[in-house]
Design a protein around this ligand. Structure first.
Ligand code: NDP
Length: 495
């Protein structure tokens, strides 16, 4: 087992001065204090990135505004689609460089970086590009009767909201960044991205590729820094909309700041404490294989991943044995090693948070598998399986966003809706069974944005995705995103 060779482009990128990408070029601003970018696999600093000051923020907003009213507005919908497809081609052509850069700062296995950050990003971008020529209003006949013989007709137009701020977390920087780029640009908006301070590298590279694709300067700007920079962007008077992905507490702050800033539009894709239920007839091997694959992928740092699993008491022993068999087979190690499936947590705060969860778990649950940090440099924590003692155990309620699945047995199917819905979150849930009638009775009773059957965590660009309750506001993908990035203008004509 050994690490792949880093590409020369990756080494060169890490040697460069990195800051913000505004109006088609790098801008270094006045703030020279670099934020260290750390490789979570060994805790070493790989480069630094400058944080934006107010001057950089104002320059970025002005540039995005000019592009919104000028260069991007002047490009036809057909051409927008062509340019987004070209960007998808360039993401693939430069895929290995993007994948390596992302793995270096996020700890994501190189397979996942290639598959999701590169492959899926290109697929999502091409899906959105197809919408470019299909964003339309409606015509309608007004319903009031004519008094003096005059006639009326009416139509609606879908108009882009303006300059959008996209705030991106550290778990899937490129892919989540691309969702925001695609939705904003295809509707005619321009976008300022604020990457996570832990994973800013790939979105800078993506902004360079957007220029190479022919997307006009200022249409996509990238501004770096901590949450303070995100906050200052939201509060800027010329921002029309914020699209945020991240935690619930930060999402609430973002929503409040957006509302306080003259009712700036906001969509929020937040966390989850996602439930999976195995009905009495479930195929245990298939269900456990699916839950291990989706619950521990990227060390569990996936908002839609299953974290709590309800199992019929008659099948509990069988399920535990299947989990242990499967967890023992996971290969743990350097994320740059192609043989490895499972690497470190993405950063020190996330490592600390999951270690805190394990402390709680030791007090309240039985640790069935794993449960501790690995004795090696970097932020490695074992894939962990817990058995809760009661439905009140905190590990069934608090989002860990880590490699921890907690099991709880149930006795009667009628208990399931209450167990699943006993959470402030409402992002995803899964049902594992072939009992169609029970599945169809359960689906309407589950309070989540997505319900999976015999699968979990599958995101498709054609299928709307988002949360209910405190898991978020608004939907991405499908045609649902159009409403969030456009204003509906009504036109009434008398003749
Ligand atoms: P946060 O929600 O704190 O951060 C997400 C993004 O928001 C980052 O770019 C962050 O910048 C930025 N940000 C932070 N504070 C503000 C603010 N006041 N105004 C505007 N933007 C802000 O997530 P963390 O990265 O700290 O992760 C913590 C937890 O969030 C995880 O343990 C997990 O529970 C959850 N999470 C959920 C994700 C999801 O996909 N739903 C993804 C990632 C995390 P910066 O990083 O520079 O501080």
């Amino acid at each position: 087992m050994s690490d792949i060779q880093l590409l020369p482009q990756v080494r060169n990128f890490l040697q460069r001065d990195l800051a913000h990408f505004i109006d088609g070029q790098y801008r270094f601003g006045t703030n020279k204090t670099g934020i260290p970018i750390v490789n979570p696999a060994d805790g070493e600093t790989i480069t630094h990135i400058a944080a934006a000051d107010m001057n950089d923020i104002s320059t970025a907003v002005e540039s995005s505004r000019n592009a919104f009213k000028g260069s991007w507005a002047n490009i036809s919908p057909y051409r927008r689609g062509v340019l987004l497809n070209r960007l998808a081609d360039l993401i693939e052509a430069n895929g290995e460089e993007l994948a390596q850069l992302e793995t270096l700062c996020s700890g994501k296995s190189i397979h996942l970086s290639r598959m999701f950050e590169v492959g899926q990003s290109a697929i999502f971008l091409r899906y959105y590009a197809g919408w470019a020529t299909k964003i339309n209003g409606e015509t309608m006949t007004p319903s009031f009767p004519s008094i003096g013989g005059e006639q009326y007709t009416a139509l609606t137009r879908r108009e882009p909201v303006g300059v959008v701020v996209g705030i991106v977390p550290w778990n899937f920087s490129v892919m989540i960044g691309v969702w925001k780029i695609a939705a904003a640009l295809v509707t005619g908006c321009t976008l300022i991205l604020k990457p996570s301070e832990f994973t800013p590298l790939t979105l800078l590279r993506l902004a360079e590729l957007a220029i190479e694709a022919g997307i006009p300067a200022g249409t996509l700007n990238v501004v770096n820094g901590t949450g303070e920079v995100g906050k200052a962007l939201i509060e800027h008077p010329h921002i029309a909309k914020v699209s945020f992905t991240g935690s619930v507490p930060t999402g609430i702050k973002v929503g409040q700041a957006a509302m306080a800033s003259d009712l700036t539009r906001v969509t929020l894709e937040l966390g989850g404490k996602n439930a999976a239920v195995l009905l009495p007839d479930a195929d245990v091997d298939a269900a456990v294989a699916g839950l291990v694959q989706t619950g521990y992928v990227h060390q569990g740092q996936v908002c839609a991943a299953p974290e709590r699993v309800y199992v019929h008491r008659d099948r509990l022993e069988e399920v535990i044995a299947a989990f242990i068999r499967s967890l023992k087979q996971i290969t743990i190690g350097s994320p740059l090693d192609e043989e490895v499936q499972y690497g470190p947590l993405a950063n020190q705060p996330q490592f600390n948070k999951v270690m805190q969860c394990l402390k709680i778990a030791q007090q309240e649950c039985q640790v069935v598998f794993g449960g501790k940090a690995l004795d090696r440099p970097g932020y490695f924590i074992e894939p962990t399986l817990l058995l809760a003692n009661s439905a009140q155990d905190r590990m069934l309620h608090e989002e860990t966003f880590g490699p921890i699945i907690t099991l709880l047995p149930y006795d009667d199917i009628d208990e399931l809706p209450n167990l699943i819905n006993d959470s402030p979150f409402g992002l995803t849930a899964s049902i594992w069974s072939n009992d169609l009638s029970t599945i169809l009775q359960l689906i309407p009773k589950i309070e989540t944005g997505t319900v999976y059957v015999n699968m979990h965590t599958y995101l498709d660009p054609a299928v709307p995705f988002g949360g209910i309750k405190s898991s978020g506001v608004g939907r991405e993908f499908g045609s649902a995103f159009i409403e969030d990035y456009t204003e509906l203008k009504s036109v009434i004509i008398r003749y």
